[in-house]
Design a protein around this ligand. Structure first.
Ligand code: XMP
Length: 510
């Protein structure tokens, strides 16, 4: 069995980053809420306590019983975690006079070769806390301080227990990853064996065991997650995987045909269903964004249900769910809230949703999905595709949707996206697309006055879509693209570029 690290989450905004850094070290880890410590602790070789927006002295206290962990397994306590250890072992935590945010530099007090291996005196670390440890816990040995924080790193004598006030998981802690490696590999002796290849092997075996000779149905979207999930399943069960790719009429220009071709070339057993008319009919007259999402979502379910019924004896539904969707979130108020996104455990659902669920990507992050896809030989271009919303162009056509508007936006979008590719800009942008605005503006073409549509181009940088900034595309590119759109797309006489960041704007306009 592969070695694993347990990350106990106290609700810090950085908890997922800890997991990603650990995975980057080729070490498998899982995040669990602080109040749901897994019963099978033997499965974990080391434990990391996350930070928290709470105070150990506060009313909404997060005080789990760590007696089965502390002193029994290598333990690294970060920020709140380090304060928690101190608070409960004769140490003292107090509010600091100033909230301590941002850069600081480490000064070593005691040379601890293993913990600080390859890290130099003065190394920059990132602080984000308002309490501070005034007195170390019992048997605590001070390892490092910063200008403002005396007890920045400590260990507990006789144990493999370490506490650090700073956040090694954020990039601003320059040697943070090295420190995690020192703790996990040198001190906790965890093997670095979690690689895309090992993931593929173990997942293919697990799918075979779980699904056996049963048939599985999966909805392909053209996106990275569903594609990688399909290829993994195909490796495990071959022709027993039935893929359905629905054209909702709101895909990019020629996307249905080209993606379908690509899938067939990959050997997948895939059925393309062109339901454009059905979707457009359902969308007639709907202008409210949520109304559109609902209509598109419901129609998709109907189409998929019809198709799934045609596969005899299908037992499983495969989904491309990824780890951020299944991590239980910890309430910042300290309540043991556990919100799991789940679409398939309530009654009254269509038949295909009553199938048993197989989710081969549920324990990996988006960047890992891409690495896994690459290790299975999936085309680079497919893996590097920008995210595209499920409702597609439906939420980029502001106001009601008609086939003519879809045609206009598809043409505009194709010029923009192909232009980004031609100029080597596509991979520098996290997501790009065009919006068709519900306004006409006056223009002049030749001697004629025009009164036509405005389109907005949007290109953003982001890591996860939660926050985003507009991309400073070269003026020459914008100029060329704008000319091309206005000259070539009938019905558009004005192009604008969206320079809003998220927040406060969102990426999509609807
Ligand atoms: P926003 O507009 O909320 O978008 O800043 C963040 C990311 O989510 C995508 N998005 C959606 N994806 N169904 C989806 O599958 C939707 O209804 C939807 N709305 C937004 C958006 O494209 C961006 O990547």
């Amino acid at each position: 069995m592969q070695q694993s690290v347990l990350i106990l989450d106290f609700g810090s905004q950085y908890t997922q980053l800890i997991a990603r850094r650990v995975r980057e070290l080729n070490i498998y880890c899982e995040i669990h809420p602080y109040n749901k410590i897994p019963s099978k602790l033997a499965n974990f070789k080391a434990v990391i306590l996350s930070g928290s927006p709470n105070s150990v002295r506060g009313e909404n206290v997060l005080h789990p019983d760590l007696s089965e962990i502390r002193g029994k397994k290598p333990l690294l306590a970060v920020c709140y975690g380090a304060q928690y250890l101190a608070h409960f072992s004769e140490g003292k935590v107090a509010e600091s006079n100033t909230r301590e945010y941002g850069r600081a530099n480490l000064s070593f007090i005691k040379n601890n070769e293993a913990f600080f291996k390859n890290i130099s005196e003065g190394s920059q670390v990132w602080m984000s806390h308002s309490d501070t440890i005034k007195k170390l816990p019992e048997n605590g040995v001070l390892l490092a301080s910063t200008n403002d924080v005396e007890n920045a790193a400590y260990k507990i004598k006789g144990e493999n227990t370490y506490g650090i006030q700073f956040h090694p998981e954020v990039y601003h802690s320059k040697d943070g990853k090295q420190l995690l490696e020192n703790f996990l590999v040198d001190i906790a002796d965890v093997a670095q064996e979690w690689t895309p290849d090992s993931f593929v092997d173990s997942t293919v075996n697990a799918i075979k065991e779980k699904v056996g000779n049963d048939k599985v149905v999966l909805g392909l979207s053209g996106g990275v997650d569903s594609t990688v999930a399909a290829v993994l399943l195909h490796k495990a069960i071959g022709e027993n995987l039935y893929c359905i790719f629905v054209n909702n009429g709101l895909l990019r220009k020629n996307e249905f045909e080209s993606v379908l071709n690509q899938y067939e070339g990959m050997g997948l057993n895939v059925k393309g269903v062109d339901a454009s008319e059905r979707f457009l009919k359902k969308l007639e007259g709907i202008t409210d964004p949520e109304g559109k999402r609902k209509a598109i979502g419901n129609t998709f379910i109907d189409v998929f249900d019809d198709e799934a019924h045609q596969i005899k004896d299908v037992k499983w539904l495969a989904q491309g769910t990824i780890y951020p969707d299944v991590i239980e979130s910890v309430s910042v108020n300290g309540g043991p809230s556990a919100t799991i996104k789940s679409h398939h455990n309530v009654g009254g659902l269509p038949d295909f949703m009553k199938l048993k669920i197989v989710e081969p990507l549920r324990m990996i992050f988006k960047d890992e999905v891409r690495r896994v896809g690459a290790s299975m030989g999936i085309d680079k271009e497919l893996l590097g595709r920008h995210p595209f919303p499920g409702p597609g162009l439906g939420i980029r056509i502001l106001g009601d949707i008609t086939s003519e508007k879809v045609r206009i936006l598809q043409d505009v979008d194709a010029i923009f996206i192909n232009g980004l590719k031609e100029d080597g800009l596509y991979d520098k942008v996290w997501q790009a697309g065009a919006m068709l605005l519900p306004v006409n503006s006056v223009g002049v073409m030749g001697d004629e006055r025009t009164y036509e549509k405005v389109v907005a181009l949007r290109a953003v940088e982001s890591t996860d879509g939660m926050t985003a900034d507009w991309v400073d595309l070269p003026y020459t590119f914008l100029q060329k693209t704008s000319n091309k759109i206005i000259n070539q797309v009938k019905g558009v006489n004005r192009v604008v570029y969206d320079i809003s960041s998220k927040p406060p704007a969102t990426i999509e306009w609807e």
